[in-house]
Design a binder for this molecule. Structure first.
Ligand code: GLA
Length: 398
């Protein structure tokens, strides 16, 4: 294959030239991610541990001096969305359109008082949409990274991630946490990102699985259950209700050691009408934060194989207490573990999307095959399975 047809800076720049009639000032890349551990903890001010994938969204871009914003995408050939940066507003947005994500980033940067004007942007992405691998965050962070340099904003990466989250929350209207944007902006190759989502303090934790004879597989189930959309907001609301009932700022402030007391307190409150969901949601968040700390401890101790059982325990908690898994994700975990994986779990928001599987190198093939067979036996479409190699966060590529 030549450079013009393969995903990469050359193709993005060539497509930009075709759409806008001139070469772009540059091409910037922002990756998708998986999350090793720490699910549904980010909107509870908790801990997460994502890593960036080699899959990226590329933004070929140039600034314009007339306040016009033009957006095009390799996924929607032949269509250019033209907007005026002055007229950008959450009320006027087309939330269903992919263009709401980059437009929202321009809006959020300007809302923050940053001197951003017009631009021409063309996107070319290898991050699959709907796979739970953060294609939205990659699109947002690619936009922010391009505009940061084109307009000389000097944004710190965590600040850029926060503004991308604001774009998604307040412009697109999705109540996500900050993990995906932070992963896309701040990850580094060969590391997982240990992140405190309250103050965005972070540490790059070395993750050289190959040196330990291990592999981390991504299993994209290729299903996305519709019910995920409203359910995410409801999970978030339950967590906030739990924090209010316990008198803490966020569930992150409930120590693992006092979980039993907290659950007893919530059970008392629930007797007057709740459905028992809030205590289970709280238990997931508190135990999941604990699992993140334990995974970090084992990685720091040079025992990566020992994180396997924590991944599987995290999955059980997502499935039973947080109720964000689905039959296909459960099947990946079950089939992989039965075939000798060290551990497995869903990754990302849930209700479809992807799972991750930790395996010893020599069993990786057999485990992948077992998952494929289990899917065929259950009548599901074959999953897409590929290794997760921790890659770099956002950067200029040309
Ligand atoms: C989605 C959201 C993230 C996070 C995860 C669950 O990916 O965008 O902010 O809440 O779900 O951990």
């Amino acid at each position: 294959m030549n450079g013009r047809t393969e995903h990469g800076p050359d193709r993005a720049a060539a497509a930009y030239r075709e759409v806008y009639g001139a070469a772009p000032a540059g091409v910037w890349a922002a990756p998708g991610r998986i999350n090793l551990i720490g699910e549904h903890t980010d909107y509870n001010d908790g801990f997460v541990m994502p890593l960036a994938l080699p899959l990226t969204t590329l933004a070929a871009a140039s600034a314009r001096d007339d306040g016009v914003l033009r957006l095009s995408s390799g996924d929607v050939p032949g269509s250019v969305v033209t907007l005026s940066v002055d007229a950008l507003s959450p009320d006027a947005r087309d939330g269903g359109s992919w263009a709401a994500y980059p437009a929202g980033v321009v809006w959020a940067l300007r809302e923050a008082g940053l001197p951003v004007g017009g631009a021409d942007l063309h996107f070319d992405s290898s991050v699959p949409t709907g796979a739970g691998l953060s294609s939205s965050a990659a699109l947002e962070v690619a936009t922010a990274t391009a505009l940061d340099e084109l307009y000389g904003l000097g944004l710190a990466r965590p600040e850029a991630a926060r503004l991308c989250q604001r774009a998604e929350n307040d412009f697109v209207g999705v109540p996500c946490g900050v993990m995906d944007q932070m992963a896309s902006a701040c990850c580094t190759a060969g590391h997982a990102l240990f992140l405190d989502t309250r103050d965005l303090r972070l540490r790059q934790v070395p993750l050289d699985l190959a040196a330990a004879g291990l592999r981390l597989l991504v299993v994209d189930t290729r299903v996305k259950h519709e019910l995920g959309d409203g359910a995410y907001a409801r999970r978030r609301a339950s967590c906030e209700a739990g924090a209010r009932a316990l008198g803490v700022r966020a569930l992150r402030d409930v120590p693992y050691e006092s979980l039993d007391d907290a659950l007893a307190e919530l059970a008392g409150a629930e007797r007057s009408g709740g459905d028992g969901a809030v205590p289970r949601r709280v238990r997931h968040v508190v135990t999941e934060n604990r699992r993140v700390a334990e995974v970090v401890r084992r990685l720091d101790a040079g025992e990566p194989a020992a994180i396997g059982p924590l991944l599987t325990a995290g999955h059980a908690s997502c499935r039973d207490d947080f109720e964000v898994s689905c039959a296909e994700l459960d099947l990946v975990v079950e089939a992989a573990n039965a075939a000798g994986a060290l551990g497995a779990r869903m990754t990302g928001g849930g209700f479809g999307g992807s799972a991750i599987v930790l395996v010893a190198e020599e069993t990786a093939g057999a485990v992948a095959e077992a998952v494929g067979k289990a899917f065929a036996a259950a009548g599901h479409r074959g999953p897409r399975i590929f290794p997760a190699l921790p890659a770099d966060g956002a950067r200029r590529v040309c």
